[in-house]
Unconditional design. Structure first.
Length: 387
């Protein structure tokens, strides 16, 4: 756990650094400019960015509306940061609101001018008015992690991605390494990548039929919510997954999904959800297990085995925290630590951001659980925009 309380220093001279800039809240007149600005983060496709913003930010999610902050110059957005309202639960208590910080972007020519501190100041002022004592970032990378720590955030993570690669993917990685050193071979680099694309993983899942398991592109929100509600809970802090959550979550236009369902006696008994990015910035090869639940360890194993043996993914990644009870199973299937350099740097980071930097750390609790103990969190890739 790391805490760097530098908010006071970060705000020194803030007015001078942001002269001519101001923070405003989103209104529909900003939509076109935001879609263009977010080519730095989401996708090079403005239409896709518009659809993502409408889904994630402009319309209310299951818990309510997001708080979208813009820095504008002459009414033109040059930076954006969002607080998403979500519902989480812990222990035996019902769902409670939790604000998640995400979707930070600052135009290149405005970086280094104190805009992150300006955003944080505005967000903390608004959250204090809502009687919120903290907000959370679930998957901070690079600059976001660095700037957050400077203004008083507390690093609790990181999460630990583990992945498995096919033999063909390993071979192509070797060929790419060789091609990088041999200019005449380099021109064939992309042909290597085409053989292992995640879309082929999805196609194989769609093609093979099974009497026991069913693969679909459609979310069965009511049944999935009922299954989650029926399973034993260990009391950790986790996203509240009801019917509204499931129906909303998998409308994300930046990704495609496949749902592997297991049924027993005419009812849903388990599911495993895999995701691949369709943005121009997404990995063409990597797919992720974003959520995974079943009534028994044997059924969980069957779902994962089906994804691997039938889909034959080039690369499949899951967070170790999502499969805490299945670590031995993942090891037997060849899952190993991946993105090791990021993990060494504490990324993707779980950050807890106090609204009042002088708060006693003991008070940073959700229900009866300390927010600063990573073992208290039940995190899934579906909770984040990490993918």
């Amino acid at each position: 756990m790391t805490r760097v309380d530098g908010r006071g220093r970060a705000e020194e001279g803030l007015a001078r650094r942001v002269d001519g800039l101001r923070v405003v809240r989103y209104s529909p007149c900003h939509m076109t400019a935001i879609a263009s600005l977010m080519r730095l983060l989401w996708s090079p496709d403005i239409d896709l960015n518009t659809r993502y913003f409408e889904w994630r930010c402009a319309k209310a999610g299951p818990a309510g509306e997001s708080l979208v902050y813009l820095v504008v110059e002459d009414d033109q957005p040059v930076a954006m940061r969002v607080l998403h309202l979500s519902l989480w639960e812990a222990g035996t208590e019902g769902p409670r609101p939790l604000y998640l910080s995400d979707d930070l972007v600052i135009a290149k020519e405005y970086q280094g001018r104190g805009l992150f501190s300006l955003f944080t100041e505005e967000m903390c002022r608004d959250l204090a008015a809502l009687n919120q004592r903290f907000f959370v970032s679930l998957s901070a990378l690079g600059v976001t992690q660095h700037l957050s720590l400077k203004v008083g955030a507390i690093a609790v993570g990181p999460a630990h991605p583990v992945g498995v690669r096919s033999a063909m993917a390993c071979m192509f990685d070797g060929l790419r390494t060789m091609a990088a050193r041999l200019p005449r071979v380099w021109v064939y680099k992309e042909t290597f990548a085409d053989r292992e694309r995640a879309e082929h993983f999805f196609e194989r899942l769609d093609t093979v039929r099974s009497d026991q398991l069913h693969v679909s592109a459609e979310v069965r929100a009511d049944e999935m919510a009922a299954l989650v509600a029926s399973l034993p809970r260990d009391g950790r802090i986790r996203q509240y997954r009801d019917r509204r959550y499931f129906a909303w979550r998998y409308l994300n236009p930046l990704h495609a999904y496949r749902f592997i369902y297991a049924e027993r006696e005419g009812r849903l008994a388990g599911y495993l959800i895999v995701e691949r990015g369709i943005s121009g910035y997404a990995s063409a090869r990597r797919a992720h297990v974003v959520d995974w639940e079943a009534e028994s360890p044997e059924l969980r194993l069957a779902l994962l085995r089906h994804a691997l043996s039938v889909g034959k993914p080039g690369e499949l990644v899951i967070w170790r925290e999502t499969a805490r009870s299945d670590a031995a199973v993942l090891g037997r299937f060849g899952f190993r630590a991946t993105d090791v350099e990021q993990t060494i740097r504490g990324r993707p980071a779980l950050l807890v951001c106090p609204v009042d930097p002088s708060i006693d750390l003991v008070e940073l609790r959700f229900a009866s659980r300390s927010l600063l103990d990573f073992d208290n969190w039940d995190l899934r890739l579906a909770d984040t925009s990490y993918c």
